[in-house]
Write a protein that binds this ligand. Structure first.
Ligand SMILES: [Zn+2]
Length: 407
């Protein structure tokens, strides 16, 4: 029929109009349906966990096994360091990766804290570790604030130089003695944050989880796979959990009441996919810093935006890794130091995309890797940074809240 019409078209205008009329008479949605049907796989498609395409891209590759400058890992979760074999194993990895100082941010207080401090000192490795103390924020009730603040004073006197990591349980799971959820801005804890400010020790706090965990677990959710592997990471039950934004607003009210306290927000406050939001937070609170642990997938998918952000807020960003897997650190060095393209990330359930390098300028790298940490964490060891370019400035910058750092 079409062939007849095409032949007819050579004869004059009228048959052309007939062709148009026939084409227009085909319903548009049927047409679209046909096209879609033609694109369906002709064999059963793989599942999300089965499809692992090999990249055919050939571009220069610059793996970075060792950081360019000595690093302070402010979000260290090494094993307990009251065991000399553990300490030796961790230091061996730190030497290889060029981590100068690791902050022990694993929950430790009292004897568990002091036994670790004693162990690393007795091994002559006191210059490679600093220790944060943990607060017991479970079952908070009247009088808890004073008790927790007293424990904090004892632990700082024993050598702790910060608080943390405060777990995401605070805000999500911890309850008060009356059974209600402990809100981040609960006034009972004001005394604790005030004490931290007076002692000059930073508060390292992990709040919430990626915003997608608070959303419905559907096929449009960026974290579908992770939420399927770990159903307990789903925070979308509104009868149990506040929304992501409610939680962050609570946290911001707590920070707003304590301008003398230094706050380090773990995981860039889960704003790494919305850096403008983190920038607004930095602009609002000069006493707030952020740490980059476990959000590398977000920086590595926006290398240009992230680089501009790091340049602008170079004084506010700290390196941290979170889980202690020595072979994962080089992915961070590569994103920060190179401009490599389209390379693998280390955890496929965090992100199904590839990473790109930000190639940060040296002065930004030094701030993020060690200078900022040495400025805001009191009593940071100097030895691992001796002779490093920029060391003359490091550790001497005054900070309004770090009274201990000036001693
Ligand atoms: Zn952590």
């Amino acid at each position: 029929m079409m062939a007849n019409m095409m032949r007819g078209s050579r004869r004059g205008v009228a048959p052309l109009a007939a062709v148009a009329a026939v084409l227009l008479s085909v319903p548009a949605d049927a047409d679209a349906q046909n096209r879609r049907r033609n694109r369906e796989p002709t064999v059963p498609p793989p599942s999300i966990t089965e499809y692992k395409p090999r990249s055919t891209l050939k571009v220069p590759e610059h793996p970075v096994p060792r950081a360019k400058y000595p690093v302070v890992d402010v979000h260290g979760h090494p094993p307990l360091l009251n065991d000399t074999a553990n300490v030796r194993r961790v230091v061996e990895a730190m030497d290889r990766l060029n981590i100068g100082v690791m902050v022990q941010a694993r929950g430790s207080q009292g004897e568990r804290l002091t036994s670790q401090i004693e162990t690393v000192r007795s091994m002559g490795l006191g210059h490679r570790f600093v220790f944060f103390t943990t607060l017991n924020l479970r079952e908070v009730g009247p009088g808890s604030g004073a008790e927790i603040a007293a424990q904090l004073e004892r632990d700082v006197a024993a050598g702790a130089v910060g608080i943390g990591e405060i777990s995401k349980g605070f805000g999500l799971f911890y309850t008060k003695t009356d059974g209600t959820r402990l809100a981040l801005d609960d006034p009972e804890l004001d005394m604790v944050w005030k004490t931290a400010g007076r002692l000059g020790v930073p508060v390292f706090i992990h709040t919430g989880d990626p915003a997608e965990f608070f959303q419905p677990h559907d096929y449009n959710n960026e974290r579908w796979l992770e939420m399927a592997i770990f159903p307990n990471r789903q925070l979308n039950d509104r009868s149990r959990f506040p929304t992501f934004d409610e939680l962050m607003a609570e946290r911001d009210r707590m920070i707003a009441r304590h301008p003398e306290t230094t706050w380090i927000l773990a995981h860039m406050s889960w704003y790494a996919n919305d850096l403008a939001r983190l920038g607004a937070l930095f602009d609002r609170f000069p006493n707030v810093y952020a740490e980059v642990g476990a959000i590398l997938y977000d920086l590595g998918r926006q290398p240009r935006t992230a680089r501009k952000f790091f340049e602008r807020y170079a004084d506010r960003i700290l390196f941290g890794k979170d889980s202690f897997q020595p072979d994962e650190y080089p992915y961070y060095w590569r994103v920060f130091e190179t401009e490599d393209e389209y390379f693998d990330y280390y955890r496929d359930y965090h992100a199904f995309w590839k990473l790109y390098g930000m190639r940060l300028p040296d002065e930004v790298l030094r701030k993020v890797y060690f200078e900022n940490a040495r400025r805001i964490i009191p009593n940071m060891p100097r030895a691992p940074f001796r002779g490093v370019t920029g060391d003359a400035q490091a550790g001497n910058g005054p900070h309004p809240t770090a009274s201990m750092a000036r001693k």
